[in-house]
Design a protein around this ligand. Structure first.
Ligand SMILES: Cc1cc2nc3c(=O)[nH]c(=O)nc-3n(C[C@H](O)[C@H](O)[C@H](O)COP(=O)(O)O)c2cc1C
Length: 165
């Protein structure tokens, strides 16, 4: 898929079909994420790919805002980071890159919050995160079950400012 088409085609999906992404697709998504830019090229992240149904169920017991992660056919990529100065900016770049890579592969996704959530430590413990690694985001990956809702976006004319506000 052409890059600009993928950017336009990505929408948060919260209902998935029982048709999992392949291991190769999941690997490609993580491979893309690791190419994102980072301040001083520190690449502070680790990505944990969770496909096991029981582990995903345990995850959603902790993450009420990502219940669909437990659905059949869903994989979850948990992005952890070292606590570096720019970890949030760095990791958000990696998440966005992975969302677009998944769209390019014909998959659907949803970014589920990690950073600042009360379950950061509990998810880290569940997934065996080493000391000092913190959860930044969870990404649900799979195939949409039907049409995905399209969130309204602000118009270009409203957000673009040439030279100054
Ligand atoms: C930092 C961040 C955290 C998010 N957390 C959640 C979440 O916990 N659960 C969820 O269903 N969607 C979550 N989303 C998805 C947003 O709700 C979604 O991106 C927004 O409504 C716009 O829709 P779109 O992704 O289809 O453009 C999150 C998105 C971001 C960027």
């Amino acid at each position: 898929m052409e890059l600009f088409d993928a950017i336009a085609a990505r929408h948060s999906c919260r209902a998935y079909a029982d048709k999992p992404a392949t291991r190769e697709q999941l690997e490609k998504i993580v491979a893309a994420g690791r190419l994102a830019p980072t301040a001083l090229n520190v690449q502070p992240w680790e990505m944990v790919v969770v496909t096991d149904a029981e582990r995903r169920r345990a995850l959603v017991d902790l993450v009420p805002n990502g219940k669909f992660i437990a659905s059949p056919g869903v994989a979850c990529i948990a992005l952890f980071s070292k606590d570096t100065k720019y970890y949030l900016e760095d990791c958000c770049g990696a998440v966005t890159t992975m969302l677009l890579a998944a769209t390019g592969l014909g998959l659907d996704t949803c970014w589920v919050a990690g950073d600042k959530k009360v379950y950061v430590d509990a998810v880290g413990a569940l997934l065996g995160a080493p000391t000092g690694m913190k959860l930044v985001a969870l990404i649900a990956v799979g195939h949409a079950d039907g049409k995905v809702d399209i969130a309204p976006k602000r118009a270009l004319e409203e957000v673009i400012h040439w030279e100054r506000f």
